[in-house]
Design a protein around this ligand. Structure first.
Ligand code: PRX
Length: 635
């Protein structure tokens, strides 16, 4: 029996038991047999959740790109590593082989080196879903620079915050991007952002849309001529197991975004191992994850996990609705995709358009379907199962987080029987716990509580960049000696987990994590606004959407309320990005507050969800009169 590839349920239980009884022996075996090391580790694991400090494979030396690329050159050099499908269906797809990827990454690494980037430097990557994005990520990893990919839908302000927080020396971007029928001026956004960033010395610009852009003398360089002149081989930098590989920002319920730091060896081992099993990837398969590389799903399951396994991974530049809603299925048919991994929000959006789009295409290549990012509702699950998988392809509902680096709770296809809306069983090595209100672990089945993890796994984020205290406070302080996820979950009679959603002030809109406080702070900058509160409410397609309660300085504000709403969404778009726009904005004369001045969000959530039959205890409210007024004017 190979512990690396699990095929049956009994095997899963057997390997799982082994992985929790003796994690060090288990992970050492996986690491030893399936990866390339320059030097083996001295110690498999040391950890202390109270500090918190977690180290895997300490003393080992490696380079992740050697594992993702070089080691495949002899066995699968001519196999497609990255299959790039452009936004425009009439533009030809690109099949980038492992050999070609090697050369492109080496050239890019040489350019980074020539431009003064060294091990440990931070490089911000702000690119659309074009091959240069994956190549830039891998080039950073090759020379040991820490990449910080910022999703190219974020605004100039959001980009600037991230560039400054990580003190990036370089930004890699493009002249623009395609998004369906639209083009976006990415370079203009970078220029705007960099007015606020003094740390950036160089901006490398890839050409994508051939637009006329400004190039700032002494700072901006076109990428292609540099690549053309670069050396086609670049030796991988020898990295320590615990050297940072990347920073990726995620929203917190308050304050600045958190720069989650992932390190090298543990992240590599865990993403590769989960990829192999969760998608049951076989040598000839074509795997497609529709996420953007700007999110953790793209890092772990478009780039690192698949490439470590020598897979063919599809990178799609466009959107599901362009040129029409059959685009995903047209791509599945065209490239004979075997594993398809997407988000519930995309499934719901496509389901709404009807099955005709799906039926037009031959989807018989699909073996496994995946979903990630938010709870999947039963209706969407069945639509996916019936129409895309034709009831033959198991759905892996994978629960995990930016912080966890890899998939944590998931079925293993063809082994774990699936159950709609359930992420089912912990993956190998993962020890979940449900906690009650008093901080005690809840044992047994048919229970619900707050989801924690009791034991470290190899790809857990090690810190928040520049703020270890916040890392400790956010994840390790709610429950002693446990990692707290911020999610609620229930465990059914057979031990399957169902994630019920966030229990903090993070709202997941179309699969994107949004903290309420940063949006409120932004709204409050509007000169007409006194204060605001954001809550989530159920939305057919987005899962949750944002409802804002906004108190204006002057009651009876004379300006047109619709204009004010537009202005508020405009500031949000500028400061954060269009993903954080509010679906509903209700103007109020006040917000319900406790005597200590805290906004009682529970009430606002109920009103936004149109669930006002029982508002719960309101006796501690300082201003109960506003509740009725808010209910009367609810949107
Ligand atoms: O609330 C959970 C939800 O997404 C959060 C993590 O978001 P992010 O860090 O952006 O990573 C998303 C991609 C891994 C979680 O705390 N979430 C993620 N997957 C699921 C989910 N909720 C329910 N079911 C899932 N499968």
């Amino acid at each position: 029996m190979s512990n690396y590839h699990i095929k049956h349920l009994e095997e899963y239980y057997q390997v799982y038991r082994k992985s929790v009884r003796n994690p060090e022996v288990f992970w050492a075996e996986i690491a030893e047999e399936h990866f390339m090391w320059r030097k083996k580790w001295d110690k498999v694991l040391s950890w202390d959740f109270s500090k918190p400090e977690i180290k895997w494979f300490e003393g080992a030396k490696l380079n992740i790109t050697e594992n993702c690329i070089d080691r495949h050159l002899y066995t699968r050099g001519d196999k497609t590593a990255i299959l790039f499908e452009p936004n425009n269906p009439n533009e030809e797809a690109q099949h980038i082989t492992y050999k070609q990827l090697h050369e492109r990454v080496c050239r890019f690494a040489s350019v980074l080196y020539e431009q003064g980037i060294r091990k440990g430097d931070r490089v911000c990557i702000y690119l659309p879903m074009i091959p240069e994005l994956a190549v830039a990520v891998l080039a950073c990893a090759r020379i040991g620079a820490i990449h910080s990919v910022v999703f190219a839908g974020f605004s100039a302000n959001a980009l600037a915050t991230r560039v400054n927080d990580a003190d990036c020396k370089m930004v890699i971007t493009s002249d623009g991007s395609y998004r369906g029928a639209k083009t976006i001026d990415l370079k203009g956004i970078v220029d705007e952002a960099l007015k606020q960033c003094s740390c950036v010395e160089t901006v490398l610009v890839a050409k994508r849309i051939n637009s006329k852009i400004n190039m700032k003398e002494g700072r901006d360089l076109w990428l292609q001529p540099l690549l053309d002149d670069a050396y086609h081989d670049f030796p991988p930098e020898e990295m320590n197991a615990e050297d940072p590989l990347f920073i990726l920002y995620t929203s917190g319920s308050t304050g600045q975004p958190k720069g989650m730091v992932h390190t090298t060896a543990g992240y590599m081992v865990y993403t590769a191992y989960t990829f192999k099993n969760v998608f049951q990837y076989r040598e000839e398969d074509v795997y497609w994850c529709t996420a953007d590389i700007g999110w953790i799903t793209g890092h772990s399951y478009i780039i690192y996990g698949p490439l470590c396994n020598g897979a063919t991974t599809v990178m799609f530049e466009g959107v599901p609705s362009y040129p029409d809603f059959s685009r995903f299925w047209q791509i599945v048919e065209k490239h004979k995709v075997n594993q398809f991994y997407t988000a519930p929000t995309a499934i719901r959006a496509l389901a709404k358009e009807g099955v005709s789009h799906v039926e037009k295409h031959d989807l018989s290549s699909i073996k496994v379907l995946g979903t990630v990012g938010e709870p999947i509702n039963e209706e969407a699950w069945h639509w996916y199962d019936d129409n895309v998988g034709k009831k033959k392809a198991p759905i892996v509902d994978t629960w995990w987080q930016t912080e966890t680096g890899g998939i944590m709770i998931t079925p293993i296809p063809f082994a774990t029987p699936t159950k709609p809306t359930y992420a089912t069983l912990p993956f190998i090595g993962i020890q979940p716990a449900l906690m009650d209100e008093n901080g005690e672990e809840i044992s047994g089945n048919q229970v619900d509580g707050r989801l924690c993890v009791k034991f470290p796994w190899p790809s857990i984020a090690r810190t928040i960049w520049g703020n270890h205290q916040r890392y400790k406070d956010t994840y390790f302080s709610a429950y002693e000696n446990k990692y707290f996820t911020g999610d609620g979950a229930l465990r059914d009679e057979v031990g399957y987990y169902r994630i019920t959603g966030r229990v903090d002030d993070v709202i997941i809109v179309s699969g994107h994590n949004l903290g309420t406080a940063p949006i409120e702070d932004t709204i409050n900058e509007h000169p007409a606004v006194v204060e605001s509160a954001i809550v989530g409410f159920p939305h057919d397609i987005k899962g949750s959407a944002l409802y804002g309660y906004v108190t204006l300085k002057e009651t009876g504000e004379t300006r047109n309320q619709d204009n004010l709403r537009k202005e508020i969404n405009q500031i949000i778009t500028e400061q954060i990005g269009p993903i954080a726009k509010l679906d509903k904005i209700q103007f109020t004369n006040g917000l319900p507050k406790t005597r200590s001045g805290k906004i009682m969000r529970r009430i606002l959530r109920k009103i936004a969800s149109n669930d006002t039959s029982n508002l719960g205890d309101t006796s501690t409210l300082l201003n109960p009169e506003v509740v009725q007024e808010i209910m009367d004017n609810a949107l």
